[in-house]
Design a protein around this ligand. Structure first.
Ligand SMILES: NC(=O)c1ccc[n+]([C@@H]2O[C@H](COP(=O)([O-])OP(=O)(O)OC[C@H]3O[C@@H](n4cnc5c(N)ncnc54)[C@H](O)[C@@H]3O)[C@@H](O)[C@H]2O)c1
Length: 236
């Protein structure tokens, strides 16, 4: 396995992943639409892209673009998505279209063209776990649902124990915690995973799905509003 396609590979995680894969000796191709919200008005791939990356400007929702990008590839890392949790609640159509249709397009082209992939890697998100795991001093661990509107209106943003209504503490959240997507963004992550498992398993494609935490850093070119909270999660 040495030719890897990264969808959304001009973004924060994709560009760093491409650098690392090239350092490890892989050939990398990137398919990216250069979303103006991330990349501004330029139609050029950013300067930080590794010079050995083959860059294709295209849309993961477009069959022709995806077919060209998949040609000759051994593996796919599917990262292309819109990434604002809050924004997904009002720009629903755009978020759902990119995530659902993009994943469906990739899977359709792979299956119809009988592309013999050795691995399909999909990015999920910690958002699929909702509030994560909390602990009440008296009643132990619990998995909260939605916070109460009346508490938040009064400025109480803690998560309260459903049994005694005392304030709780957040804990590291294990990967087998029950899923509780609470945003359009989180639901799209969940649905992408279901599509991939449903369509790739019967063909025995090895696939991996990573629940990514919140990453921010120097090459984070994101102009999307990100909420100022940082729950701590771990993978079991
Ligand atoms: N960064 C984080 O903290 C984090 C956390 C959880 C999950 N994730 C997931 O990891 C993946 C990568 O995140 P990121 O932080 O690098 O995001 P990013 O916004 O920096 O990169 C996403 C890339 O996808 C591209 N893109 C958008 N729509 C496209 C389309 N229709 N066709 C082709 N390319 C398209 C954008 O132009 C951008 O370059 C996403 O799926 C995201 O949901 C990220």
């Amino acid at each position: 396995m040495n030719k890897i396609l990264i969808t959304g590979g001009a973004g924060f995680i994709g560009s760093h992943t491409a650098d690392k894969l090239i350092e490890l000796g892989y050939q990398v191709r990137v398919l990216d639409i250069l979303d103006p919200q991330i990349h501004g008005s330029s139609r050029q791939f950013p300067d930080y892209m590794h010079p050995q990356v083959e860059c294709i400007h295209g849309d993961v929702c477009c069959i022709e673009d995806v077919s060209a990008a998949l040609d000759g590839m051994d593996a796919v890392m599917h990262l292309a998505a819109l990434t604002g949790v809050g924004q997904s609640m009002y720009d629903m159509q755009h978020y759902v279209q990119t995530a659902d249709s993009g994943t469906a397009t990739l899977l359709e082209v792979i299956i119809k063209n009988k592309i013999k992939l050795k691995r399909f890697v999909l990015s999920s998100s910690r958002a699929v776990y909702g509030e994560g795991t909390h602990v009440c001093q008296q009643h132990g661990q619990f998995h909260p649902k939605t916070r109460k509107r009346e508490n938040m209106q009064q400025g109480f943003f803690d998560v309260y124990c459903p049994k005694c209504n005392q304030s709780s503490r957040s804990l590291a959240t294990a990967e087998d915690r029950p899923l509780h997507p609470m945003s359009v963004y989180a639901w799209t992550k969940n649905i992408r995973k279901i599509y991939a498992c449903m369509r790739l398993k019967p063909f025995l494609y090895p696939s991996l799905c990573y629940d990514i935490l919140m990453f921010m850093g120097l090459a984070n070119h994101c102009k999307i509003p990100i909420p100022a909270w940082f729950p701590f999660f771990i993978h079991a």
